[in-house]
Design a protein around this ligand. Structure first.
Ligand SMILES: Cc1cc2nc3c(=O)[nH]c(=O)nc-3n(C[C@H](O)[C@H](O)[C@H](O)COP(=O)(O)O)c2cc1C
Length: 382
């Protein structure tokens, strides 16, 4: 029997997948959908202190299909802000959610003034929240002004909350800073029970015909599957330096992403965009696939994945620099797609009858042609 349970910052979770704070956890009814689907905890949509942030603009979501032709990627750009109500309404929602769910309910705070963090935290704890996520990293609007000051503001918020509550409190970091490792370490010293890496970044998109920023002409939260590698990079780099658990969030779309996040050092993985795009129940498939993966690798506890890959990161000085590879074409499998021709900047590929001829003596061995090929090109050792 595979054990998917996780001990996370004092919370007992039945699996590593948490429904992240978003419209998809905006109230008890939505949280219940996440719980029924199989998420192990829910983080309620953030309550904001600033009045203007309590009212969402419409429409507020845009899917940007961007990228090199043939290699498209997707950006999910959103203008969504916060829970639409006062802190008192939020506390009522915490109570309702607690009544309806039998998994941990995490409240999410986004305050504007230093002294408010503690006041909101006390109220959420009294309403029954099992933990608090402190979010000084909202990517919409004012965040841009504060990015350079993220750690001092986060530290003050965290310390003031930790002074007044007993429930665990984690801090949701922004990636838009120079040194997330140091920030995570300092937050641990400040008393964080976990760090979440990372909130969506603050982004911008312009319509080239109207020549105006899209939607509401401001800075938006943006993310997508492309963000995973950079989030993993910072998780893997931070993992050796922090003892508190790291919760990963950003672009996770399947069990492979969950496994990669955990191997990089995450204890849990938070999911939002996937629920928007594919519904709550997609988590069932991820959990089934995760079990299958663990069985295949003869691992009986999912928690053992955390950090395995982070511990194998080598310093740049140890990278293999020997020039040993060259590309070779298997003409049986070549479908004349011609993807390989433009990518060889070394001039090692010429064409004959729309098929590639690789000049081994010129080939750099960089491997790019084999990556863009439909399986006919492989790398061989010299
Ligand atoms: C529409 C939308 C609204 C969000 N609102 C919040 C929020 O209120 N508070 C918060 O901490 N994160 C918020 N997030 C960020 C998510 O919690 C999550 O960290 C982020 O989207 C990355 O995960 P994903 O790629 O699975 O969406 C929001 C994300 C989306 C897409």
């Amino acid at each position: 029997m595979i054990d998917l349970s996780i001990e996370f910052a004092g919370l007992k979770l039945k699996n590593p997948l948490i429904a992240a704070s978003a419209g998809t956890t905006k109230d008890a009814v939505h949280c219940k959908k996440a719980a029924d689907a199989g998420y192990s905890a829910v983080i309620l949509k953030s309550v904001q202190e600033e009045m203007i942030n309590r009212y969402n603009p419409f429409p507020r979501m845009s899917i940007i299909r961007n990228g090199i032709p043939g290699y498209q990627s997707v950006t999910f750009m959103t203008y969504e802000q916060a829970f639409e109500g006062e802190i008192e309404d939020y506390c009522e929602e915490i109570k309702r959610t607690k009544d309806m769910l039998d998994i941990p309910v995490i409240a999410s705070l986004n305050c504007a003034n230093e002294q408010t963090w503690a006041q909101y935290a006390v109220k959420c704890e009294a309403a029954g929240a099992d933990a608090l996520e402190i979010v000084p990293s909202c990517p919409v609007g004012a965040f841009v002004r504060e990015a350079a000051e993220f750690y001092p503001a986060a530290s003050k918020a965290l310390k003031s909350v930790k002074e007044v509550v007993k429930i665990p409190a984690g801090l949701k970091m922004t990636q838009q800073m120079s040194n997330p490792i140091l920030c995570a370490r300092n937050l641990e010293e400040d008393g964080a029970d976990w760090v979440t890496m990372f909130n969506r970044s603050s982004g911008f998109q312009i319509d080239i015909d109207t020549m105006e920023p899209i939607m509401h002409k401001g800075f938006c939260g943006h993310g997508g599957p492309w963000v995973i590698q950079s989030v993993m990079r910072w998780i893997a780099a931070s993992y050796p330096y922090v003892r508190i658990p790291i919760s990963a969030t950003g672009g996770a779309a399947n069990y492979e992403d969950v496994v990669r996040y955990m191997l990089s050092g995450a204890a849990t993985v938070q999911i939002a965009s996937l629920i928007y795009m594919k519904g709550y129940d997609i988590v069932k498939r991820i959990l089934e696939d995760l079990v299958e993966y663990l069985e295949k690798h003869k691992l009986d506890k999912v928690s053992t994945l955390t950090g395995i890959g982070a511990n194998k990161v080598l310093p740049l000085s140890e990278a293999d620099r020997s020039h040993r590879y060259y590309a070779e074409v298997d003409y049986e499998n070549c479908i004349r797609c011609q993807n390989c021709f433009p990518v060889c900047i070394y001039g090692a590929i010429t064409q004959e009858d729309r098929r590639p001829v690789i000049h081994k003596d010129i080939c750099d061995g960089c491997g790019l042609c084999s990556q863009v090929c439909n399986r006919a090109i492989t790398m061989k050792q010299r």
